[in-house]
Ligand binder design. Sequence first.
Ligand SMILES: Cc1ncc(COP(=O)(O)O)c(C=O)c1O
Length: 130
Amino acid sequence: MIYFDNSATTKIEKTVLDTYNAASLNYFGNPSSLHKLGLKAYELLETSRKQIAELMGFKPYEVVFTSGGTEGNNWIIKGTAFKKREFGKHIITTSIEHPSVMNSMHQLEELGYEVTYLPVDKTGHVSLMI
Ligand SMILES: Cc1ncc(COP(=O)(O)O)c(C=O)c1O
């Protein structure tokens, strides 16, 4: 298992922090801007995207950076629900999801989706019995 939720429960690795600090100090331009600082940041961002894609076995366009878990969850849950609605509007999740997931589900319910919330047992494992 690769655990990516480092900021929630684990002290950051020193090499990661050093790299973060170096990037923040030297590449602070907006990568969407056309000025020199922006282009420098853009190049670093795209190099990072390629490196991550290569490491993970993805194409660079499949690597998307988000501001955090809430944005990522909202984007993927609602984006998938809207894109695939022709296949059905029934979503199955669990009753113990993070609020960023729960609130996305509630919003989809308001938009006419049916959501099933599966219970979990005392160890957190999903129960298929409702
Ligand atoms: C499982 C899970 N999902 C989503 C989030 C929300 O992440 P963020 O605070 O980066 O928006 C958290 C934050 O703790 C989380 O633990």
